[in-house]
Design a protein around this ligand. Structure first.
Ligand code: MG
Length: 288
């Protein structure tokens, strides 16, 4: 099942997306403004899917919102989780930010407020704030059943589904503050969508993540190449912290970010970034 959030007829809606990704059907939910989040919580409690509340519509006729336009709280994000990406940053200012492959992943957070929809504009902050805006194509895991101290062995039982995010990053700000959160959390810096595909329909542990800038393929990675796999990430993020339905874990980006290029290629006004993940779909955002 694919669950989306959209605006149509001046109102917010939540509903299902046809398997072909071309039609949406609204569901009878009480808080469509909150996107898919209340539905995830209800399904996690054992409630069944609400009935359809209207006719099918072509997806092109609606404005997609992020499936989680207002996430419950900050997103958990994983840094340097693909070996080839870690290698491309080995000669940059981030050379000392090395995840211990025998131990623990790099985990930071991205403020929930920076989430925007699959086709929304990303606003460059202006040169006084940052001149090094970069992209990161990522698979995001959406938690269904919550829990604390979730073991690797049980972790996949807690996955509600998957979506696509662009972990847009101001590299100069990320570096300047040692902690990454500020440089990762500028307004509009987390495009998300186009919808959530539930875990019964795809396995995020085996899929392909690709990113294009202005039509040029920059990133092409397989999630099976993650240093820390999805069960490990869920185990890590839930150690001593209760995960809730709708929590998001962005799993890290494959090689090919702008910072890793020689010379680095920062995003500029007018650039268009497209990210596609097999089994989910694509998001495309213009930087302005
Ligand atoms: Mg990232």
């Amino acid at each position: 099942m694919r669950l989306a959030s959209w605006t149509w007829g001046g109102r917010d809606h939540v509903g299902t997306v046809s398997p072909c990704g071309k039609e949406v059907t609204p569901l009878a939910v009480t808080d469509a403004a909150a996107g898919v989040l209340p539905l995830i919580a209800a399904l996690a409690q054992g409630h069944s899917l609400p009935a359809a509340s209207g006719a099918r519509l072509p997806v092109n006729a609606v404005t997609l919102r992020a499936p989680l336009p207002r996430p419950l709280r900050s997103l958990f994000c994983v840094g340097r989780n693909y070996r080839a990406h870690a290698a491309e940053l080995a000669t940059t200012v981030f050379k000392d930010n090395v995840a211990n492959e025998d131990g623990w992943p790099i985990v930071f957070t991205k403020l929930a407020d920076c989430v925007v929809g699959a086709h929304d504009a990303v606003r460059l902050p202006g040169a006084a704030v940052s001149t090094q805006i970069d992209y990161e194509s990522e698979l995001a895991v959406v938690i269904g059943q919550g829990g604390k101290d979730i073991s690797k062995a049980r972790a996949m039982d807690h996955v509600f589904g998957y979506t696509v995010v662009n972990d847009v990053t101001a590299r100069d700000v990320q570096m300047r503050h040692k902690q990454w959160d500020l440089g990762k959390s500028f307004d509009t810096f987390c495009p998300m969508g186009p919808w959530i595909v539930t875990a019964d329909e795809m396995d995020g542990r085996r899929t392909r993540v690709r990113g294009w800038v202005n039509g040029e393929l920059r990133q092409d990675g397989l999630t099976q190449d993650m240093i820390f796999d999805i069960p490990t990430l869920i185990e890590t993020c839930s150690r001593g912290i209760t995960l809730h339905p709708g929590d998001v874990i962005a799993t890290g980006t494959p090689a090919g970010v702008g910072m890793g290029m020689s010379p680095p290629q920062w995003l500029r006004s007018g650039d268009v970034m497209r990210i596609e993940i097999d089994g989910i779909g694509s998001i495309e955002n213009r930087f302005i």
